[in-house]
Design a protein around this ligand. Sequence first.
Ligand code: 6AU
Length: 273
Amino acid sequence: SKSTLSYASRAKTHRSSLVKKLFDIAEVKKTNVAVSADLRNTKDLLALADAIGPYIAVFKTHIDLVSDFGEATVAGLKSLSVKHNFLFFEDRKFVDIGNTVQQQYHGGALRISEWAHIVNASVLAGEGIIEALVQTAQGSDFQYKDERALLILAEMTTKGSLATGAYTSSAVEIAKRHQGFVIGFVATRSLESVRTDIPATEDEDFVIFTAGVNRSSKGDKLGQQYQTPKSAIERGSDFIIAGRGIYASEDPVASVKLYQEEGWQAYLARIGS
Ligand code: 6AU
């Protein structure tokens, strides 16, 4: 695996221009934090993006939580991503049949393809869902070519998750067949095994995002399970996703800086510098 290489050296050889950009952002801003901004209205969402923007690489949304979502949301987010140099990840977790997810991704009420650099999908329904999204992203009416990417949900952080073992291995196999638009995984517990399944060849360098990251809690009352930024990075994660640990803390800016520092130090240790 390439987890002992720096973001900068991976950026040099990576085939995806979006991943190059992601790694460049990580290097320039010295951060591997993806904040999970699970807020309920445009004002709060934009305020958080502006406040913590300097310390993050990725701003992850659940845009269907935003009760007043509209043009102002999209325009505001887009301008903040330019101002602070971060990418958007819409955590839509596409899961349906190919024909449905194509329409959920491109167009529709939330216009996800128009603003979200990264989206994710579950492979519960099989490889067809990934083929459908790849087809849309390669379509002649798709104007964001090379600026959009997909992560496959290989595991989940919740207690009793069924996305384990053979399911996770199949997710890795499917990803290998769709490199390009598919850039990696959302994966958590068995990062080592996901990494082991991925040969370190020149053209296979998957990016691993890890959710369930929190510095001060072990979980919530609904089955969420946490690990620390350090633990996630040590186990091979490339970008740590933290939600409530940052946005629900008393001082989100102070908090995001702590996640940034811990995540970056663990990364430096991992690459041996
Ligand atoms: O840090 P939290 O617990 O406040 O938020 C975690 C965020 C939420 C989840 O929808 C998401 O990460 N998530 C995911 C993702 C990113 O796909 C996968 C998973 O297995 N667990 C998880 O919590 O927005």
